[in-house]
Design a protein around this ligand. Structure first.
Ligand SMILES: O=P(O)(O)OC[C@H]1O[C@H](O[C@H]2O[C@H](CO)[C@@H](O)[C@H](O)[C@H]2O)[C@H](O)[C@@H](O)[C@@H]1O
Length: 267
């Protein structure tokens, strides 16, 4: 019989040491027009907060957002492991056995800073040509957002042109997303972020949930008893799928209770 997502989560809840990691936008938080407004769904936040204080349980966020945003908005109580800028920034300080180099910030070379300046100029030029679009600056990159553009054809064209403009600037890593295209002067991926967290936390089972193409770099690291959950309808290597952030948040409430019961019986 095929395992459902609830069955798979119930199994993962019994892991000796569990790592449960999440993408943020489109996974824990529904999309908003202004990226500054997005917040985890209340049920997701309650479940993450409950899980993060359990023994032998590591909660991680691996996001394209800057680390600073994750610290301020997603984990203000500072009890989760955080990876920002698609794996380029790390904060492992929530782990009980603090690894060396627990915080990994971004230090760009003069060459990288010059390339970033050119990418920002190209983005601002595109924003001036497509009313409603916006730029979002990041420590090592810049995003071009088109969600506020209501005409889907215009939005597609703007994203296509922006991608071409970034491609013309040699050395950028270009990442398409949900009504966004972003570029970075660094080559890190969410797979790099998850690999570092797994090495530091040594879980027996890893659960990872994400909605976008960039999350597949992390999904591909999952093996054995690990569990990948795709949020939404994009292509994936994940074994399980939920319809959207609300279904995930509801499942996480049940999962947090299952995990709390399981850790009391693990010797
Ligand atoms: O890796 P993630 O946590 O999923 O972050 C990916 C990008 O998400 C954000 O953009 C997306 O969410 C916005 C707010 O809901 C929405 O307006 C936009 O259309 C989406 O693409 C964020 O702004 C980016 O910095 C992240 O890289």
């Amino acid at each position: 019989m095929t395992e459902t997502v609830s069955d798979a989560l119930a199994r993962a809840a019994g892991a000796e040491h569990l790592l449960i990691a999440f993408d943020f936008d489109g996974t824990l938080a529904p999309f908003t027009e202004d990226p500054a407004d997005s917040r985890p769904l209340p049920e997701a936040r309650a479940a993450l907060d409950a899980l993060a204080v359990l023994p032998r349980t590591t909660v991680a966020i691996i996001s394209g957002r800057p680390l600073e945003f994750l610290r301020d908005v997603v984990d203000p109580d500072r009890h989760m492991v955080l990876s920002g800028s698609h794996g380029a920034e790390m904060d492992l300080s929530a782990l009980p056995d603090l690894p060396e180099d627990a915080e990994h910030d971004i230090n760009l070379t003069a060459e990288q800073l010059a390339l970033l300046d050119r990418a920002v100029d190209a983005t601002e030029d595109m924003v001036s040509r497509y009313p409603g679009s916006r730029a979002e600056l990041k420590p090592a990159g810049v995003c071009f957002h088109t969600r506020p553009i209501k005409d889907a054809g215009v939005s597609e064209r703007a994203l296509h042109e922006m991608t071409r403009a970034y491609s013309a600037l040699d050395g950028l890593r270009i990442t398409p997303g949900q009504q966004v295209v972003e570029c970075s002067v660094l080559s890190a991926t969410k797979g790099d972020g998850l690999r570092i967290i797994k090495t530091a936390a040594s879980p027996d089972v890893t659960v990872f949930a994400g909605d976008d193409v960039t999350d597949e770099d992390a999904m591909e690291l999952l093996t054995g008893q690990d569990l990948g959950i795709k949020v939404g309808d994009k292509e994936t290597v994940a074994a399980q799928r939920v319809s959207g952030p609300q279904e995930l948040a509801d499942l996480l409430g049940v999962f947090a209770d299952q995990r709390a019961r399981a850790v009391t019986s693990i010797k």
